[in-house]
Design a protein around this ligand. Structure first.
Ligand SMILES: Cc1ncc(COP(=O)(O)O)c(C=O)c1O
Length: 380
């Protein structure tokens, strides 16, 4: 099977990630606990070490402000619900995934906030000036997708960060598609919070993700429960990270995430990105020479990740993906990719398109196989 659905979940994982999960969890798979027995304390120290690695990876300043979550969706809900104050306004974009859009719609339906969504140009990029124009005195925060999961376009975050910092509005960044293939430095980019997921280009397992928060950003807890200490308190402790981390941590996932981030660092983010882009360019060039194939925002692959989205004339994207899978053993993702507004704006609603997304273990032969398959399908 040729796996080209890495933007959904990267597969396979580096073998050393799986080995380290088995080995470390065999020794230390217990409830982390600050004032508890030796093994629990060791596990707590291990988590603290991983918080330091994550903080360093994203250019954060304080490891205590690294919060483990289940994935980006969980982290974005925690941030959006925890930052939203009644009567405030939010600025976001039409590039967002439903993990941002749905919490925003939910809050607006309940009369808590209003929001504006800025559009993107025909190449798939937002204009930071549009964000500046939408910021009002009542704007509580801006939330932005770093890399579109449909188009693979890398957004001009540093310019948005400068605008937000000048206007005193926190910037929340969804780095689901960028972490691991695009360098992220929260300080340099003037980002106040990132939400990441472990199972995409960070090459870790599913079920683990996190937040990195800037000192001074106050996020109200939106879930409540045990925190391993101060148990007689009827309120959630307000110290970070425990304020936003009720319940027992996903220790197995955290071990995998740590091993995966070390793998990414050792291989090099730029090297991994260059490798993906070489395959994406070859696919784009090959598809461009086939009659009846239409690609979206792939003309210029500068500021892009290894994602190519396309359709074949006269063929529903669901059928296109099913033929690729059934007849050619090529795994892709079709439909709206949980980003319905992107498809509205590129003219592919309601059926969407087919997305090919590369990972570190794809080879040039995979591109040849896809070009052969799409050529056959378009000819038929
Ligand atoms: C841009 C973007 N944001 C958020 C998510 C949600 O990630 P998860 O399902 O890991 O929570 C995804 C996953 O497809 C994504 O591509």
């Amino acid at each position: 099977m040729i796996y080209l659905d890495n933007a959904a979940t990267s597969f396979p994982k580096p073998p050393e990630v799986l080995e380290e999960m088995f080995e470390t969890y065999s020794r230390m798979g217990v409830s982390p606990g600050r004032g508890s027995h030796d093994l629990a304390v060791r596990c707590e120290h291990y988590l603290q070490k991983v918080r330091e690695e994550i903080c360093d990876f994203f250019g954060g300043k304080s490891p205590d402000r690294v919060v483990f979550t289940s994935n980006s969706t969980d982290g974005l809900n925690t941030l959006i619900l925890g930052l939203a104050e009644p009567g405030r306004h939010v600025v976001s974009t039409r590039l967002e995934h439903n993990s941002v859009l749905r919490p925003l719609y939910h809050l607006r339906d309940r009369g808590v906030i209003e929001f504006d969504l800025v559009g993107f140009n025909p190449e798939g990029f937002i204009d930071p000036r549009d964000i500046a124009e939408r910021i009002r005195p009542s704007t509580g925060f801006v939330v932005l997708n770093h890399v579109s999961n449909v188009l693979g376009t890398i957004q001009p975050v540093a310019a948005v960060g400068r605008i937000c910092r000048e206007r005193g509005v926190p910037l929340v960044l969804d780095v689901s598609q960028s972490a691991g293939v695009v360098p992220i430095d929260m300080e340099a980019m003037k980002v106040d919070a990132v939400a990441f997921t472990g199972h995409k280009s960070l090459l870790g397992p599913t079920g683990i993700g996190g937040l990195v928060l800037r000192e001074g950003l106050e996020v109200r807890p939106v879930r409540f429960g045990g925190s391993g200490g101060d148990s007689s308190n009827t309120r959630q402790p307000m110290d970070y990270p425990f304020r936003l981390e009720p319940g027992t941590a996903n220790v197995l996932g955290i071990i995998g995430l740590s091993a995966a981030m070390r793998y990414v660092k050792r291989e090099g983010i730029d090297t991994l990105h260059d490798r993906e882009m070489a395959l994406a360019r070859a696919l784009r060039d090959g598809l461009a020479s086939l009659k009846g194939v239409k690609m979206y925002c792939a003309e210029n692959l500068e500021n892009h990740t290894g994602v190519i989205t396309c359709n074949v004339d006269g063929l529903a994207p669901g059928d296109f993906a099913a033929i690729l899978d059934g007849d050619f053993d090529i795994a892709t993702r079709s439909g709206l990719h949980c980003a319905p507004l992107v498809h509205e704006d590129i003219g592919t609603s309601p059926r969407g398109a087919v997305r090919f997304s590369f990972g570190p273990f794809n080879k040039a032969d995979d591109v040849s196989a896809v070009l052969f398959a799409v050529g056959e399908i378009a000819r038929r």
